[in-house]
Design a protein around this ligand. Structure first.
Ligand code: FE2
Ligand code: FE2
Length: 177
């Protein structure tokens, strides 16, 4: 049985750990969408299917969107500030992905909402194709972020912190001289 999705955001964690944690929760939510399709195929719109649709709908409507906003606030500016052109192109790609994911979500969201309310008119084949695209976009996007954007942003953030610490140490030395 699928584990219930927690809607609690781990606000106490630093941004990168929190963002990676959300990726894991996204994978779980995508898995739950797959399980919802299997449920609809075998048993139709029963109580469990309604709950699964509701959980997934809440997750992507809330946490999913907030996650993209967090990345645009915490991760992308660090990468863009580097002035590195290939990196800027990757960021442009990631931003475009966010737009596509949002567009896909706006089409998928009403279908999940209808299922969550027990409606039976939803075309399961159409839902399946939408979920497939939604999942593929997330997988490719998360892979690019975890292999490139997050490590680069972490590295650049650590460099900036080290430079600040060096400057501070220099000022302290000068003040003591
Ligand atoms: Fe993202
Ligand atoms: Fe992400």
């Amino acid at each position: 049985m699928a584990r219930p999705l927690s809607l609690r955001a781990d606000r106490a964690l630093p941004p990168f750990e929190r963002l990676e944690g959300t990726h894991q929760r996204m994978m779980l939510a995508l898995q739950q969408l797959d399980e919802l399709l299997q449920r609809l195929d075998s048993l139709g719109v029963d109580d469990r299917a309604q709950t699964m649709a509701l959980d997934a709908h809440r997750f992507f409507e809330g946490v999913g969107r907030t996650h993209h906003e967090d990345e645009e606030r915490h991760v992308f500016p660090v990468l863009l500030a580097s002035g590195d052109e290939p990196l800027a192109e990757q960021v442009a790609q990631l931003r475009q992905d966010h737009g596509w994911i949002e567009q896909n979500w706006r089409e998928l969201s009403p279908l999940l909402d209808a299922l969550a309310h027990g409606h039976t008119w939803v075309d399961v084949d159409l839902l399946r194709s939408m979920i497939e695209v939604f999942a593929q976009m997330h997988h490719a996007h998360i892979a690019l972020e975890e292999s490139m954007a997050y490590p680069e942003a972490r590295r650049r953030e650590a460099e900036a912190l080290a430079q600040t610490a060096q400057r501070r140490a220099h000022w302290v030395q000068e003040a003591a001289a």
